[in-house]
Design a protein around this ligand. Structure first.
Ligand code: PMP
Length: 288
């Protein structure tokens, strides 16, 4: 594997960052998870846009332009001879002193890793997933805003540990007010009486690129899409439920906190959205 670091490619074994990088010391930085399908990078512009928004929110000036980051991402995939794969684009605050003040970090570092990903066991896509709500709530907007895709993922990791402890693959995270926010690395959707719903960003959801794509596909298919405040009750009584994420793609959910969703099988509308999503991922994007 060849890894891009600050303009150069390194063999995996030599792809190293300093122990004084504040990305490592404090989780100070931002990232994106991007996917390539069939020789094209899906929604690349949207991912780089979001990287810029995250960087702005943490007052970090990216050391490369939008166009340069797009090109470096495509180059890294090409260099690794991938046509289908997953890219992790990371920008750390850079090397600084041992104190946390980002003023000591003069040069943010850009790291691009291109490989493969399988977030969930493949059989779950056919069977549907069992998930639980967990005690750890999603970060407050007034603390670490959940819209920032920062290197500080402990909030989500704690929730994932709680899902692991409960013997399931994924957790539903509520916000501090008890409304549904999202899952640890995926957005959540329900379908009720033919309408598609997902929590608003103000509930603590990340502005997911897959979320946006699925909302567009659904609208274009004549499905009513809305972003209401949702509670666990709404999840339990949904006809269908699914998760979305670049890595996860679209994962049907068939049980939440022991309540069977719909008939306990991936729903019809969910399956139609999966089909349309893959038709799009296989036919659009930035050529590699
Ligand atoms: N929520 C969180 C917390 C995430 O980290 C992610 C990305 N894995 C998502 C939702 C899904 O976002 P996207 O569709 O842009 O990958």
């Amino acid at each position: 594997m060849k890894v891009f670091i600050d303009g150069k490619f390194y063999d995996e074994a030599k792809a190293k960052v300093s122990v004084l990088d504040h990305g490592l010391l404090y989780g100070d930085g931002v990232f994106e998870g991007i996917r390539a399908y069939n020789g094209r990078v899906f929604k690349l512009k949207e991912h780089i846009d979001r990287l810029f928004y995250s960087a702005k929110a943490i007052l970090m000036t990216l050391p490369m332009s939008h166009a340069e980051l797009m090109k470096a991402t495509v180059d890294t995939i090409r260099k690794n001879k991938l046509r289908d794969g997953y890219v992790r684009l990371v920008v750390t605050r850079g090397v600084g002193t041992l104190g946390l003040n980002p003023r000591s970090c003069k040069n943010p570092s850009v790291i691009i890793i291109a490989g493969k990903i399988q977030v969930y066991p493949p059989e779950l896509y056919a069977k549907g997933m069992d998930i639980v709500t967990v005690p750890t709530t999603r970060n407050l907007h007034s603390a670490v805003n959940p819209a920032i895709k920062s290197l500080n993922y402990l909030n989500n990791i704690l929730a994932k540990i709680e899902a692991n402890n409960a013997g399931v693959e994924e957790a539903v995270m509520l916000n501090a007010e008890g409304f549904v926010a999202e899952c640890t690395a995926d957005n959540i959707f329900i379908i009720k009486n033919g309408d598609l719903m997902t929590p608003p960003l103000s509930a603590g959801a990340l502005y997911g690129i897959t979320r946006g794509t699925v909302m567009d596909i659904a609208s274009q298919s004549g499905i009513k899409v809305s972003e209401p405040t949702l509670t666990r009750y709404d999840l339990f009584n949904a006809d269908e439920c699914f998760l979305t994420g670049t890595g996860a793609e679209i994962m049907p959910v068939v049980k939440i906190d022991g309540r069977v969703i719909g008939n306990g099988k991936p729903g019809l509308l969910t399956r139609k959205l999966v089909e349309k999503y893959h038709a799009l991922t296989n036919s659009s994007g930035e050529p590699i």
